[in-house]
Design a protein. Structure first.
Length: 292
C-alpha cells in the first residue's frame, strides 16, 4: 500500500507535505537530496497523494487511483527517469504536448521528472512557461540531486522541499529506539521507568538530543490523532505500537499539553540547558501533565 511510510525518516518533511496535500498543493514542486532512489520514492508517493480520490489523508493507499500508482499503471501519471542521460529540448516539448491533453481517470495529471538537473539549458527554457503557468489540472514533481545545476529561472518557479540525507534517517531510527521504552513507560503510568528511559537520553549529545525531541513531538502528534480517531498516516510508524498505547492511556487534551512541553524542551536544549533539568522535565513534568 503506497504511503509516506515508504519514505524512511524525514519526519518534519513528510508532515509538511501531508499538510500541503490536505490543503492546496503547489502545481510545480522540486524535491532535492542526495538519495536519488529516495527522491523517486517520495515523488511517487506525492503523485499518489495528488491523484488520490479519498476525502481524508492522502495518499490513502486504498482507493483505485492509489492502487494504480502503486502498480505503475495510472494513465494520468507520467514518470520520466533517464538516469544520467542528458534531457533534451525534445523531451520538454513532448511534456508540454502531453499536458495539453485532459486527464483520463480523474481531475488531475502528474508528471514526475527525475534527475531534473540533467535538463540541458534549452530544455529548461522550453519548460519555463509550463512550470510557471501549467493547466489547472497539471502538476509537475521534479527531483534533483544537484538542484543548483538548474537555472535560477526554473528553481524560482518551483516550491522546493529537501529530503534529508541517509545519515539523518539513521538518526531518526536511533531516536525511535531511545523513545520506545520512554513512551511505553508513560502509557504504563510508570514514573520510575520514565526516569530510567530519560537517563538514557541524558547521555545523548545535544545536537542528537534535539533530533530525539523532534521525533518525540511527531510521536505525540501521532498519539493525538489516534486518541481523536482521526484518519492520518503516522509520522513515526516505527513507534506505532507505543503511540497507540499512549492514545489509550492519555486524553488528547493532555497529549497536546505534552506536545507543548516537548517544544519547550527543544528550546531549553537549544539554549544549553543542564542535562539533569531536561531529565527532570521528561519525568516529573511529563507525568504531571499526563496524569495529575
Amino acid at each position: 500500500m503506497i504511503s509516506f511510510d515508504d519514505v524512511p525518516g524525514n519526519t518534519a518533511l513528510k508532515a509538511e507535505l501531508q499538510r500541503a496535500l490536505a490543503a492546496r498543493f503547489p502545481q510545480t514542486v522540486l524535491l532535492s537530496g542526495d538519495d536519488s532512489a529516495g527522491l523517486r520514492t517520495l515523488a511517487t508517493v506525492l503523485a499518489a497523494g495528488i491523484l488520490c480520490e479519498a476525502g481524508g489523508a492522502r495518499p490513502c493507499g486504498r482507493c483505485l487511483s492509489c492502487r494504480k500508482v502503486a502498480q505503475g499503471i495510472h494513465p494520468d501519471l507520467t514518470v520520466i527517469d533517464e538516469d544520467e542521460a542528458e534531457l533534451k529540448v525534445d523531451l520538454a516539448r513532448r511534456l508540454k504536448a502531453d499536458d495539453a491533453i485532459v486527464p483520463n481517470d480523474g481531475a488531475r495529471r502528474v508528471t514526475v521528472l527525475c534527475h531534473a538537473q540533467n535538463l540541458n539549458p534549452m530544455a529548461q527554457n522550453a519548460l519555463l512557461k509550463e512550470l510557471e503557468e501549467p493547466p489547472s489540472y497539471a502538476f509537475f514533481v521534479l527531483t534533483a540531486e544537484r538542484p543548483d545545476a538548474l537555472l535560477q529561472t526554473v528553481r524560482s518557479r518551483c516550491t522546493r522541499f529537501a529530503l534529508a540525507p541517509p545519515q539523518q534517517t539513521a538518526e531518526d531510527e536511533q531516536a525511535a529506539a531511545l523513545l520506545s521504552p520512554y513512551l511505553a513507560a508513560i502509557a504504563a503510568r510508570r514514573e520510575d521507568r520514565m526516569m530510567l528511559a530519560a537517563l538514557a537520553m541524558e547521555k545523548t549529545p545535544r545536537r542528537a538530543l534535539l533530533g530525539v525531541f523532534g521525533v518525540l513531538q511527531a510521536a505525540l502528534r501521532d498519539a493525538v490523532f489516534a486518541a481523536k480517531a482521526l484518519p492520518q498516516a503516522p509520522l513515526q510508524p516505527a513507534l506505532r505500537e507505543q503511540t497507540q498505547a499512549l492514545a489509550r492511556a492519555v486524553s488528547a487534551e493532555r497529549l497536546l499539553a505534552a506536545y507543548a512541553l516537548t517544544g519547550t524542551l527543544i528550546d531549553r536544549v537549544g539554549r544549553n540547558a543542564a542535562a539533569a533539568a531536561v531529565t527532570c522535565a521528561l519525568t516529573s513534568d511529563m507525568y504531571r501533565i499526563c496524569f495529575l
